[in-house]
Design a protein around this ligand. Structure first.
Ligand SMILES: NC(=O)c1ccc[n+]([C@@H]2O[C@H](COP(=O)([O-])OP(=O)(O)OC[C@H]3O[C@@H](n4cnc5c(N)ncnc54)[C@H](OP(=O)(O)O)[C@@H]3O)[C@@H](O)[C@H]2O)c1
Length: 260
């Protein structure tokens, strides 16, 4: 698809997959709006994208786990007169450990960021994205969306939500030019596992963010974009196997692999 001259909002653009989405979209000629908490990192990236690709790059330093954050982002976009064609909901966080003893505040923030902000920002921006019909909605789920993930119970469930929600929206909007994709990466070399505090759940080979984002944009380029995509064959095969197994068996395997 042609991103040239469009405007893309990318959340979680201060590192990892979000930064890579911003870079590859700018390379294809899209103006970008970079959203995350670490505004100084966003400003550095924005400067680089302006210089390298001659695009406009805005910086929005927001904590999306805060109450009503998505509406504040949408209001800021309106105030700056920015019309959005593409939204990449990439900001996300995981928590690790037994659910019964997990920190309640961390769980709330994880849900607020991975689920509530994603839904609310999508709802706030989708009318203008549908009107434009030139862009895409990409919601970053995970291979964790496809089976329960003991030791990351809330994270896996939040990503199952993202997958289900995005596929439903893809169907509802199928007659429009907007492309809608739930992207499910497997383990990828970003800051995700540093923030998580362990790489124990990183089962299987690690992908590079460049590969994952390239795969996602290539899916958007197809004449018929699939509603959901698992990035990489090495990640798609275990998911396919888990889907053939009973839920109980898949749960047991997942629990063993994650060391729960
Ligand atoms: N890496 C993997 O193995 C993997 C696998 C499957 C799915 N994913 C998903 O991919 C997405 C991107 O993660 P990543 O791997 O690129 O990890 P990452 O390098 O840790 O990036 C996470 C991004 O989310 C932003 N973020 C975190 N909390 C935020 C908050 N409260 N408000 C606003 N932004 C916030 C971070 O920016 P600030 O800290 O500056 O706010 C950062 O830009 C996530 O949704 C993750 O669940 C990752």
């Amino acid at each position: 698809m042609d991103h040239d001259g469009t405007t893309a909002v990318v959340t979680g653009a201060s590192s990892g997959l979000g930064a890579e989405f911003a870079q590859q979209l700018a390379q294809r000629g899209a103006d970008v709006v970079l959203v995350a908490r670490r505004a100084e990192r966003l400003a550095t990236l924005a400067e680089r994208l302006r210089e390298r690709f001659g695009v406009t790059a805005h910086v929005l330093g927001f904590d999306l786990a805060g109450h009503d954050a998505a509406h504040q982002v949408a209001a800021e976009l309106r105030a700056r007169g920015i019309r959005v064609d593409t939204l990449v909901n990439c900001a996300g966080v995981g928590t690790h450990g037994g659910f019964a003893t997990a920190d309640e505040g961390n769980i709330s923030r994880e849900l607020q960021l991975n689920v509530t902000a994603l839904v609310e920002l999508t709802r706030a921006l989708i009318p203008q994205m549908l009107a434009s019909g030139r862009g895409a909605l990409v919601n970053v789920a995970s291979t964790a969306a496809y089976q329960p993930t003991p030791s990351m119970a809330v994270y896996g469930a939040s990503k199952a939500f993202v997958l289900s929600f995005t596929e439903a929206v893809a169907y509802e909007t199928r007659a429009n030019g907007l492309r809608v994709l739930a992207l499910s990466p497997g383990p990828t070399k970003t800051e995700f596992f540093d923030v998580l505090g362990t790489d124990r759940p990183a089962v299987g080979p690690m992908s590079r963010p460049q590969q994952v984002v390239h795969t996602a944009l290539a899916a958007l380029d197809r004449r018929a974009t699939p509603p959901s995509l698992i990035a990489g064959l090495a990640n798609a095969l275990p998911v396919a196997a888990a889907r053939l197994a009973s839920r109980q068996f898949a749960l047991r395997v997942s629990g063993r692999m994650l060391g729960a």
